[in-house]
Unconditional design. Structure first.
Length: 562
């Protein structure tokens, strides 16, 4: 029995009783023929507030043409997007992770309300990617996520640069290591046009992860934002979703435990962002697939690092595209038995079948071989210990210290830590502790790229460590532990740390500890009092009440008792 390609839209558009609905739509140009076809929702995260999503209007037109040419009727709608990079280091950054939930909610709401038969979500900046995936899973109708692509690298003094260089230059300029003239020149040239951040930061990490997961077409993420091939990707995706609809293939039929392990392997092999831990946990919760924070360490430990990408490596996303793209990475991992090639993709073909056409550019240096990996293990490490009983996440590029012991420098706000760094008050050997920045405490779990980059720019990246119950950008590098759980606002152990306490990072043994006795710890926590909420009304207040621990993906869920 064939799948009804109008399985949803018939309810809202067919029959005498639905004449008012059809009349509304005819008033804006949809004729009888258009309304008799499958209705495909185009969820667009276009915004004029950042380069990442700025070009998505043009891509939406190509997607819609592909849908029409394949026999469907597209209806475009918008959801929101918050720029992590632009809001970084300010109160506005608290909106970033919250926006993931709002994006998922809005795609779900419009999809349920207008009864689309399928959905394509156009995404770019960090939280739009997992947010769209979560919304699509909730609807569980045929559909996919299409990534807008990476920005081209900028040029500064004859070298390729990314926004990471600008963040690090803040610390360098503050310490007198970079002139004001060079600082401004770098600022003016790092971002040459539209597209998401250029390294294997969170956007490119999650775009690759969704290909490996099965929610995006294989190879669709690689072409940069302004490359003409990206328009072709959009057009072909519009056609593909119609084929997916005819087969009735939905996200919950695609997503399995093994597909999530494939996604984790892709992240690990490319030195991807620690945010992938948070987002893949959240996506797994939506899909009902068992996944824990410890699984990331297990998969990363067995996955070699193959792609030499920023922030830990030399190259940017556009270089990976030139080398052979995500297909090449997947091909290498599959040949080594590090992926399950039987998992499905949006085309209905298996992952193994989709990457058969992988082509490597002769002489490319971006992706190494299994025989000569950059590192024998992946970049994600999960630590536990008396400071992080539920776990925390560290990204390693292979050259960082694996052990560090130093005195705690304690800050209850990111801004206070940033002031200390730029004022030269942090010394070699210190361990910065930035707390009350978790999902509930922030609220919103801000990224600490401003602080971590300033440390690197100030020449302290190799001698200082940092822990936080907040997050890190995909551009963060150095010995930095994020997502410390339970968070301070929930009375987690990080709330009991005092200035000068000795903190130990022990990566080989997967430990993060503070050197105080269990009795002293218990006494401190017994005297702890939860701080007053930073927001008592509005979306931040609602989020703080509903959000789970970072170790559970920081998702918002209503609790019902029956």
């Amino acid at each position: 029995m064939s799948f009804d390609t109008r399985h949803k839209s018939r309810t809202i558009l067919d029959g005498r009783d639905r004449a008012p609905a059809r009349s509304y739509l005819k008033g804006i140009g949809f004729d009888e023929e258009a309304l008799s076809r499958p209705i495909i929702g185009i969820a667009n995260t276009w915004t004029e507030t950042m380069p990442c999503n700025y070009h998505l209007r043009d891509l939406a037109e190509r997607v819609k043409q592909g849908v029409r040419d394949a026999g469907g009727t597209p209806m475009e709608f918008n959801t929101i997007a918050i720029s992590d990079g632009i809001t970084m280091g300010t109160e506005g950054m608290k909106a970033s992770l919250v926006s993931r939930e709002v994006i998922a909610d809005s795609i779900e709401l419009v999809g349920r309300g207008h009864m689309f038969d399928a959905v394509i979500a156009l995404v770019a900046c960090d939280k739009t990617i997992p947010g769209a995936a979560m919304g699509l899973i909730r609807l569980d109708i045929p559909g996919m996520v299409v990534y807008g692509g990476s920005i081209a690298p900028g040029r500064f003094k004859g070298k390729d640069v990314t926004i990471q260089d600008v963040f690090e230059a803040v610390g360098a300029n503050a310490r007198g290591l970079m002139s004001d003239e060079d600082f401004l020149e770098l600022e003016n040239n790092a971002c040459p046009g539209a597209g998401a951040c250029g390294g294997q930061f969170t956007a490119n990490t999650m775009a690759l992860a969704l290909e490996f997961l099965g929610l995006s077409p294989i190879g669709s993420a690689s072409p940069p934002a302004m490359d003409p091939r990206k328009g072709d990707v959009a057009y072909e995706s519009g056609k593909l979703v119609m084929d997916q609809l005819k087969r009735g293939l939905t996200p919950r039929q695609i997503l399995t435990r093994l597909s999530f392990e494939n996604a984790i392997a892709g992240v690990a092999a490319t030195g991807g962002s620690t945010n992938a831990v948070l987002h893949l946990l959240a996506i797994a919760r939506e899909a009902g697939v068992p996944l824990t924070i410890d699984d990331f360490d297990t998969v990363s430990e067995r996955t070699p690092t193959l792609a030499d990408l920023k922030p830990g490596g030399k190259y940017v996303a556009a270089d990976l595209d030139k080398a052979g793209g995500t297909r090449l990475v997947a091909c290498r991992l599959l040949q080594a038995g590090k992926l399950d090639g039987n998992q499905l993709t949006p085309s209905g073909l298996t992952l193994a079948a989709e990457i058969e056409g992988a082509q490597e550019t002769p002489g490319q240096l971006v992706v190494t071989t299994i025989e000569k990996p950059l590192k024998k293990t992946g970049g994600l490490v999960i630590l536990k210990g008396n400071l992080a009983p539920e776990g925390c996440v560290v990204k390693v590029a292979g050259h960082e210290r694996t052990y560090h012991k130093g005195p705690a420098r304690v800050f209850d706000r990111e801004e206070d830590a940033m002031t200390a760094v730029t004022a030269g008050k942090i010394q070699s050997g210190d361990v910065l502790v930035i707390r009350y920045e978790g999902p509930r405490g922030g609220p919103g779990m801000r990224e600490m790229l401003g602080v971590t980059s300033a440390l690197v720019g100030a020449g302290l990246g190799d001698s200082v460590a940092l822990i936080t119950d907040g997050r890190f950008s995909g551009a963060t590098k150095g010995l930095m532990a994020g997502h410390v759980a339970p968070e301070a606002a929930r009375g987690g152990p990080i709330a009991a740390v005092k200035e000068g306490d000795s903190i130990i990072f022990d990566l080989p043994n997967r430990r993060l500890d503070v050197e105080i006795s269990a009795d002293e710890f218990a006494t401190r926590l017994a005297g702890w009092k939860a701080p007053a909420p930073r927001y008592t009304t509005g979306v931040f207040a609602k989020y703080a009440v509903l959000v789970s621990s970072a170790s559970e993906g920081a998702i918002t869920q209503a609790q019902f008792s029956i």
